[in-house]
Design a protein around this ligand. Structure first.
Ligand SMILES: [Zn+2]
Length: 134
């Protein structure tokens, strides 16, 4: 009898744990009971769907990044071609330059250099930039 009582207690303990496994699937937003604590997605195909979705988002982001890089490069090229190498940051942004996309920012001779693919920008002051070709 004590054995069965223990089993019953054990079952209740397990059921108690199961309550902690009540989760919400981050993909389909449905409630589900996980069979183990590390289970994140419901037993549907949400895990692979989420993986696919993340991959698509990554690819989209990579495309967007290369678009912005190309636009930034093309803009700097057109300015250099026109003979403009000194420009204010404000003007450059007004022309469509996206300052969030660059390869690297480094300090050189106390000046901040923003490296892009074919060009780099030298900050002459807080507002003025000098465009250099690599
Ligand atoms: Zn799901």
């Amino acid at each position: 009898m004590t054995f069965w009582k223990e089993i019953k207690n054990l079952k209740m303990v397990i059921m108690g744990f199961e309550k902690e496994y009540e989760k919400i699937c981050p993909y389909c937003k449905k409630n589900f009971t996980a069979t183990h604590l590390s289970q994140v997605y419901c037993p549907e195909k949400c895990k692979s769907r989420m993986f696919r979705k993340r991959m698509q988002e990554k690819r989209k982001l990579a495309n967007k990044e290369s678009d912005v890089f190309q636009k930034n490069n093309a803009l700097l090229k057109s300015l250099i071609d026109k003979g403009t190498s000194k420009i204010t940051k404000k003007e450059l942004i007004k022309l469509g330059f996206n300052e969030d996309y660059y390869l690297k920012k480094i300090m050189y001779n106390n000046n901040l250099l923003t490296l892009l693919e074919d060009y780099y920008l030298e900050a002459l002051s807080d507002v003025e930039l000098l465009i250099h070709k690599n």
